[in-house]
Design a protein. Structure first.
Length: 117
């Protein structure tokens, strides 16, 4: 799961950076600037969540849940907004990995062993 999250985070991050720099900064369009910046932040959170899952940090379920929820919200908004900023494949990838991260985070909270002292 961490490798899949990292690959999808990188893939979506390249698209977000292209939207940010080419259409947002160089062409001076406002909507792609904000969508690209938000997409870059969401992609960075996906990469951070993948690293946290791989390294088994204690906060990885919260980080994965946050990254998953933001990924779902962002990709649905960017695909349905006034300007379709992401295509169908990017939306399905972003929503799919977001739902998978939310499920993984919820499952880890249920099976976490408790230490009795």
């Amino acid at each position: 799961m961490p490798m899949t999250t990292a690959v999808i985070g990188l893939m979506l991050g390249f698209g977000a950076l292209q939207e940010l720099f080419v259409r947002g900064i160089w062409n001076g369009e406002r909507q792609p600037l904000f969508i690209g910046a938000a997409g870059a932040v969401v992609s960075a959170l996906l990469l951070l969540a993948a690293l946290a899952m791989w390294r088994r940090w204690t906060v990885w379920p919260r980080l994965a849940a946050l990254a998953g929820a933001l990924s779902v919200a962002f990709h649905v908004y960017a695909a349905v907004g006034p300007e379709r900023s992401v295509g169908m494949f990017a939306m399905l990838s972003g929503v799919g990995i977001g739902v998978a991260l939310l499920v993984q985070a919820l499952r880890s909270r249920e099976t976490r062993p408790h230490v009795v002292r």
